[in-house]
Every structure is written in structure tokens, then in C-alpha cells.
Design a protein around this ligand. Structure first.
Ligand SMILES: Cc1cc2nc3c(=O)[nH]c(=O)nc-3n(C[C@H](O)[C@H](O)[C@H](O)COP(=O)(O)OP(=O)(O)OC[C@H]3O[C@@H](n4cnc5c(N)ncnc54)[C@H](O)[C@@H]3O)c2cc1C
Length: 290
């Protein structure tokens, strides 16, 4: 590889709105979806050597790029999606949680049911310690294979240092290549029923009919940000095409051709009102790439 355009299947000027669930954001100058882990590592090494800015994107369900886009290479992991179920269960970083859960259901393997309906990838979920209904990734990940830009190594559960929507992966900008999961053998029906039950709860409480990025803010001392925002009657507040969901106050939806700027302005306005009215500093769970 001599030149960035030598990267196999590289694309130029790709709309990031097509790769993020909020469906906003400008273009990625360069964009690639490697199909082999080895090749992704090679691409990252090339970027580091040539001082090319890059960003690792999973399913884009927790990221918002600005309207000016990303003036570097976005490496999307979606095609790194192999799952192996033998003595151990391993999933590559780009494997989406829906496909993974479908596979686990067919083997009657229990532990990931909480994630059924979270539209993320394994890598994004480990990075963010995604969780729901009292469970999160820290409870199921046995170890991960990571790349730090120089070397590939394993981190066990303890070393990943999971915390609320955070991990060593996020803090140290490590790249998850593959994860090993600790699951329990149960019967297929019970695993499937739990998944369906969780998904039903989501559909009742979350605005699935509009593009969104899940929870915008983190909990504040165990109080949901949604409750804090709802108490201030902010549901329905809009800026441009972005709106605080009328169903769930911690979700901002792309209700009508929103731009990233609309979403960010609405986030900032919400933070200001909450600070002013309640003296609380909300912190974003969603990641904004300026
Ligand atoms: C409708 C909806 C419901 C949601 N519900 C929940 C929920 O219940 N609980 C919850 O926790 N979240 C929820 N989310 C948020 C989001 O789905 C999770 O945070 C998810 O784990 C993000 O995964 P992703 O692949 O989309 O990550 P992305 O959005 O692509 O990336 C998120 C972060 O992870 C990093 N990343 C991605 N892949 C890798 C990798 N291989 N190695 C290292 N870093 C990586 C990115 O660089 C970025 O910093 C929801 C989102 C939506 C849209």
C-alpha cells in the first residue's frame, strides 16, 4: 500500500448519514469496509504511518458526525461479522447484535438476551459497555482481542475495566477485533422468549419509527436522564428537523430531514435548560465527531 487509494475497495465521498442510525452528518472523504481482520489492522497501520486521520465505526448507532463530515478515513467494521460457536463462542467486532442473538437463540445459548434490539455491533457494544434491563456487556464478555496501533493482544474481562457505558477500550482508543463470550446453555425457547420480551418492551418505550441514536444522555446518579428531561416537559421540543421524542425524553429523533447541527443544537439547548432549571449537568452518552 503506497497511497490511500491503493486500499482495496476504498470509496470516496461517502455520506455518513447512510452509516449512522440518526441518519445525519456529512461525507467521509474516504470510507472502507474491510472483510478480514488482518486487513483492517494493515489499513490502520498504514493510516498511522502516513498520519492519516481514521475513525472506527461499527453500526453507527451511538455516533453522530458533524455536517462537515470526516476529513479522513472511516473504517466501518460491518463486514467483519463471523460468529463461531464451538467449545467457545467468538464474534468478530462488526457482527451485529441482532444477527448474533438470532444465532445464539438457535443454539439455546443464554446471556446476550438483554441486547436483543440494541442496533449495535459487538465492537461498539464492548467499547460502550452497552446494556439494558440490568445486564450489560461486562457480564458476558470473557475476553477480547484488541489492537492498539502497534500490537495485537488479548484483554480479559477484568482488564477491559468495564464501567457504566465505558471501558478501557473507549478510554485508551483500543480497537476490538474479536470477542469471546461466556454464555449458558439453556433451551432455545426460553432464550427466544426472553429476547422477544425485551424487544417488546423496547418497542413500547422507544421511538423505533424515527431514526435516532438511542439514549442521548447518561444517567445522573442512577436517575434516568429521560425522567429529568420529561419532568421539565421537554418532550416534543424541536430544533429544525430534530425533536425530543414524544415517547421517550432521552431520545432525540430525526423527525424531518434533520441535520447534525439541528441535533447538536437540540442537545445543547436541553443541557442548558436542565442546568438552569435543575442545576444538573447532563453528560452525553452519544458520541459527536466534530
Ligand atoms: C434505537 C436504539 C436503541 C438503543 N438502545 C441501547 C440500549 O438499550 N443500551 C445501550 O447501551 N445502548 C443502546 N443504544 C446505543 C448503541 O446501540 C450502543 O451503544 C451500541 O453498542 C453501539 O454499537 P455500534 O456498533 O453502533 O457503535 P458505533 O456507534 O459505531 O460506535 C460507538 C463507539 O464505539 C467505537 N467502536 C465501534 N466499533 C469498535 C471496535 N471494533 N473497537 C473499538 N471501538 C469501536 C466507535 O469508535 C465509537 O466510539 C441504542 C441505540 C439505538 C439507535
Amino acid at each position: 500500500m503506497e497511497n490511500i487509494l491503493d486500499i482495496k475497495n476504498i470509496q470516496t465521498n461517502v455520506p455518513l448519514s447512510n452509516y449512522t442510525t440518526m441518519r445525519v452528518g456529512g461525507m467521509a472523504h474516504f470510507f472502507v469496509q474491510p472483510t478480514k481482520i488482518k486487513y483492517m489492522v494493515k489499513i490502520i497501520k498504514f493510516c498511522l504511518k502516513n498520519k492519516i486521520k481514521y475513525y472506527i465505526l461499527g453500526n453507527g448507532s451511538n455516533v453522530i458526525f458533524s455536517d462537515k463530515g470526516f476529513d479522513g478515513l472511516v473504517i466501518c467494521t460491518k463486514k467483519l461479522n463471523k460468529i463461531k460457536i464451538k467449545k467457545n463462542v467468538t464474534a468478530e467486532c462488526g457482527c451485529n447484535l441482532y444477527a448474533l442473538n438470532k444465532k445464539l437463540i438457535s443454539y439455546g445459548l443464554s446471556g446476550m438476551e438483554f441486547s436483543y434490539g440494541i442496533p449495535g455491533s459487538v465492537g461498539g457494544a464492548v467499547c460502550m459497555n452497552a446494556g439494558a434491563y440490568g445486564d450489560d456487556m461486562s457480564k458476558v464478555v470473557n475476553k477480547v482481542l484488541v489492537f492498539d496501533g502497534k500490537k495485537i493482544f488479548k484483554l480479559n474481562n477484568k482488564e477491559i475495566d468495564f464501567s457504566y457505558r465505558n471501558s478501557k477500550i473507549k478510554k485508551n482508543n483500543l480497537i476490538v477485533l474479536k470477542a469471546w463470550l461466556n454464555l449458558k446453555q439453556k433451551n432455545k425457547l426460553s432464550v427466544e422468549e426472553k429476547c422477544i420480551e425485551n424487544f417488546k418492551k423496547r418497542r413500547l418505550t422507544q421511538p423505533y419509527e424515527f431514526p435516532n441514536s438511542g439514549s442521548i444522555f447518561k444517567k445522573v446518579e442512577n436517575i434516568s436522564a429521560g425522567k429529568i428531561i420529561d419532568d421539565l416537559n421537554l418532550k416534543g421540543l424541536s430544533f429544525g428537523g430534530a425533536q425530543i421524542s414524544t415517547l421517550h425524553a432521552n431520545f432525540i429523533v430525526n423527525a424531518n430531514n434533520a441535520t447534525a447541527t439541528d441535533v447538536i443544537k437540540l442537545i445543547d439547548t436541553t443541557k442548558k435548560i436542565v442546568k438552569q432549571e435543575k442545576g444538573i449537568d447532563l453528560e452525553e452518552e452519544v458520541i459527536f465527531i466534530p
